[in-house]
Design a protein around this ligand. Sequence first.
Ligand SMILES: [Zn+2]
Length: 189
Amino acid sequence: MKKSFIVASRLFIGKGKQSMLSTIDDATLMKVATAMGEEEAVKLIEFIKTVDEITDDEIANNTEIRLNIVRRILYKLYDHSLVSLRRTRDPKTGWFIFHWKLQPTQLEGFILSQKRRVLEKLDVRLEYEKNHDFYCCDTPGCKRVPFEDAVELVFNCPTCGNPLSHCENGKFVENLSAKVEQLRKELGE
Ligand SMILES: [Zn+2]
């Protein structure tokens, strides 16, 4: 059976609306973890999605991620409201204990805002590709240059010196447009 995020969302069934969460699979979850910019966020999320409320100590013990890294990742997730935090005081030591819990319903919003950001970037790129004519040489690894720059360079490649000729970007624009369309559809725009 395909491993999916359903495991974690089960904890929340009966607590309100059934969201599109049931369709969020591990790949998407991992994208979220990657967006955190922390290698070990994947491991951490993989673990906390299988439990209910848990302390940072327990996470560190169970995942073998160093406690300071566990805390750093948790605070990043907390910044995006992807985990909730409850604080209690240890009656013996008087120290605070932090109880963390994954907020799968927030993941939905996070993924949407990530998608929106990607869409904005792709849109800018698409406009740029549509509004420019590009010139290139035949040497692998050399970059294309827009027409304005090619004129300045008297149509010689700035890297290898070979002559520049017109470079077709129709296929690229087509692919880019398709991606933009797809994202718009997913975002309901
Ligand atoms: Zn070149």
